[in-house]
Design a protein around this ligand. Sequence first.
Ligand code: ATP
Length: 361
Amino acid sequence: MPVVELKGVSKRFGKVVASSDIDLRIEDGEYVTILGPSGCGKTTLIRMIAGILEPSEGQVLIGGRDMSGIPIEERDIGYVFQNIALFPHLNMLENVSYGPIVKDMSEEDRQTIPVRYLELVNLLDRMKVFPSALSGGEQQKVALARALASGARLLLLDEPLSALDARVRMDLRYELRRITKDLGLTVLHVTHDQEEAMTVSDRIVLMRNGRIVESNTPEMMYRAPKELFTANFIGETNLLAGVVVENRDDRTLVEVRDGTVVEAQPSKFEPGDAVVISVRPERVHALEEGLNAVVRTMSFMGTYIRITAEADSEDILGFDVPVPRGRDFNIGDNVHLGWSMASALLYPRPPGGIAEAVKLE
Ligand code: ATP
């Protein structure tokens, strides 16, 4: 069964540390996304699992077997790359038949399996067409069908949707999840797109600078991120510097930079501790009292209006007001912003400053 384990895996290219002491376990049948900013080491990680790169240190195990020195063709994986590499001189059916032929499957499987997977991605009617006659989205589907037809139980997807239009990308996300779940495959999917990661995954692994920042279900990564970097990277959030003034059993009181005392979730912080408050725009409301701020921008977002307001402290806060109530606000209005204490998460203030701690490097 394709449980994937990485134990103390590091990869260096000269002085660049692309992966640093990575421990990761992906369960059989799990759909895991590796998410992170450009250059954080996602592709390096998936290439080590595929066998395209050897780790500088540590071990990659697939199904409990140490993969050191085992080439890609012997790892029994399906691999879909960012830049689809369909064979240009072969039609769709022949492209998808490649795995069953190379794997020396029975004559019957060679006939039926490619047809089954082309049908699964809704492209059976195009099976005699050559890649140049297909759209980018269709080519990606065929690349996926080809990877599935190889019979591999482990699927590695490296930015499989990034070359596509936003609309096609969204449709294919749902297809990817549906197909791989129906087939019970173990999937490792690399992306820099947090929305894509939220939609397809059972679990997100967030990376930064060659390291894993944290890993959890999409919902928990959004609702209860353990790290400030995660709170900022996944979804949108307002970050405010403050100092704890009182820690009660049911809430923490924090003084922010303009002297206003706001409420945050219960915590272990002591009075005097420097903290950062993270509160999502949909949790911030214009109230009778709260942080003084002046409306600076308003953007129509469909079902709500995203308003940004500048507080006396010069912090910029974003908040969302459903349409049509959002239309009652105007640029230049004075507002008082607040939130329920449970919506305000607290983190220790990083010594190097907030901007440095959330920087996408
Ligand atoms: P992106 O989202 O931009 O594709 P990534 O998260 O996949 O980025 P990697 O491609 O794994 O990141 O690269 C991680 C780091 O390792 C980067 O600093 C990159 O420049 C470096 N790197 C990757 N491959 C090589 C290589 N073959 N030689 C030298 N440096 C490399």
